[in-house]
Structure formats: C-alpha cells, structure tokens
Design a protein around this ligand. Sequence first.
Ligand SMILES: Nc1nc2c([nH]c(=O)n2[C@@H]2O[C@H](COP(=O)(O)OP(=O)(O)OP(=O)(O)O)[C@@H](O)[C@H]2O)c(=O)[nH]1
Length: 334
Amino acid sequence: MSGREASGLGGCWSAASIWRGAPLLSARLKLRLLTTADAPRLAELANDPEVVRHTANIPHPYTEADALGFITNQDNRRLAGLGVVLGLERSLDRHLIGCMGIGLDGDGTPELGYWLGRAYWGEGYGTEALRRLCRHLFADLGYEGVWAAVHPDNTGSMRVLEKVGFIAAGRHDCAMPARGGCIVDSPKFQLTAQDWRTHHAARPMLLVAAAALIDADGRVLMASRPPGKSMSGLWEFPGGKVQAGETPEMALVRELAEELGIDVGESCLAAMAFASHDYDTFHLLMPLYAIRQWRGEPQAREGQMLKWVRASGLAALPMPPADIPLVALLREWL
Ligand SMILES: Nc1nc2c([nH]c(=O)n2[C@@H]2O[C@H](COP(=O)(O)OP(=O)(O)OP(=O)(O)O)[C@@H](O)[C@H]2O)c(=O)[nH]1
C-alpha cells in the first residue's frame, strides 16, 4: 500500500480547488471568492459604462443591490457546480480590482469571463490573473480546454487571451441580456490543456539567493521592490539572481554589497530555508540564508525602501507569493 493510500485522508494529495473556495496567488494578485462584504466595491468598479459595454450580463447603471444579487447568485452556482467567479484582489493594498470566472453551462468545457475596473487597465493584471487561473484549471483540476467569446470591439480582451496562448476558434453567437437582448456574432478563442502544458513547460528556472539579515533585537531587514520592477511595492528579502559561474553564496555576497552597501563573509551565511515557487512565467528556486553579522550600515542603493521588521509584523507585509511560506520558518530564527 502506498503512503497515499495508507493515509486515506486526502490532505496534501488533494489539490486546492476554487470550487471549494481555495484562493489562487499570482505575483501581484489573490484570486478569491467574493463575499457580500465586497458588494460596495464591486458596484463602484462595475458602475462604469466603459467597463460593462462589452459584457453580456452587467447592467448599467449598476448598484450595490445588483452586486449583492450577483455575489449570492454566483455562490449558489458554485455550490451547484455550474461556475465559479473569483474576485481579483491586489496583494499590495488588498483592493478588489475586477473579476474573473468560469461557467460550465455548455458542454462542460469551462467558458471564461472577466473584467477589470478601468483604473487597472493596461498594467498586465488581466494576463496575470488568466495565466494563474488557466494553470489551476489544467494542472490542478484536469480540464482539457477552456474557451472564451469576446465582443468584436473588445481588442484589449483579445490581446489578453492571445498573450496567454489562446488561439482563434471560429465564432460564437453571444446573447447580451444586459445590452438590450441583442445577439452579437463574436470571435471565439480557446486554449487546450496540451497547448498550455507545452507553453508552461518552456518557462525558465530562476535561481535567486536571498538574505534574512537579523539584527541584535531579532528584527529582519525587508526591502520593497522599487517602482518599475515586477511586483513593485511588495516587500522581499534582499538578494538577487545567481549569475553564471557563481554559487548562491557568492551571488548573495555580491548582491548585498551592490544593493545595501554591506560587506558579508560567506562563512556568515547560514542556510535557513528555500522557496520553490511556480510563477506563471518562470519557476523560482530561492535559498534563504540567515545572516547575523555584517560590516557597514545597510543603505537603500537601488531605489528600494528598507525596513527592520519584528517577527510579529512580518505576516502583515504584502510580499511576493514565494516568500509567504518562508515567513513561518523565519519566525523560528528571530
Ligand atoms: N531578491 C528577492 N527576489 C525575490 C524574492 N521573492 C521573489 O519572488 N523574488 C523574485 O526573484 C527575482 C529576483 O531577481 P532580482 O531581484 O535579481 O531581479 P530584479 O529585481 O531585477 O527582478 P526582475 O528581473 O523581475 O525585474 C524576481 O523576479 C523577484 O520577483 C525575495 O524575497 N527576494
């Protein structure tokens, strides 16, 4: 009997599922179920003619009562196995910025739908959320394909689908109950599990060495990712990519000198933990070293902000998703 059969408990063997309410984390977003507490924010975002003009079911104007009805209805559909809608929450400020979901009303192949508040267009959030959702649909839930029909004027949405690897797959007559009941002949796009696997398998592995610098008061130094970089504003451990010919230790000593202006001896690095995290465009392998001795005062040399944080304050900091499991391990060292 294998360990899996012997346990009989599911546990880590059963993939988290959006159908059961598990959230999905991407680099900058948390894709999570909506609750009735989201109704005011949802109404604020969706009560915008520019946002809803290409959607089939969102009326204009759109009120808080509409949002409450939508959230309750979607929860019932999820419990009935008909579809799941996820709110897109930005990790940096925990603001809801839009919605993305699937419906199984047709032949059982998930149909995709999404929209973003206007203030969040053009920043790659739709692509990021869609990549994360597709990975869940194929890698965790075992669907064989997913499709979407897009209003012919909605070029932004078509671009998002194409960036994630969807390809044109004919036309679809879209009923638009909230747009006067018209039927719109719309381009249809699809992505198969096989195409997604090929695409996903080609992503690079990135080796990054990172440091938990711990001071005499048991605080750890966190750095904010500078504006203009990926995941900007999130708090991370100082460090960086291991370059060709370097060991992780050499890379970290170099990075700490460049980023913080401090001098660390390789013998002062204590391997503490590692993150192995599947971002949608690369796989991150990141050893984390505890460091209690260094020369010099850390300075922000690359436009980042620095902050010494106590164990109790770490969990509240918005971090890249790869770092979240490291926080619990780090607390043992502080
Ligand atoms: N240094 C560091 N990088 C992290 C952490 N967590 C995490 O996901 N990363 C990711 O690992 C990569 C670090 O590479 P880097 O620090 O040399 O690269 P970079 O800022 O120039 O990033 P970029 O190439 O994404 O703009 C980034 O993609 C970053 O998002 C962390 O705690 N520390």
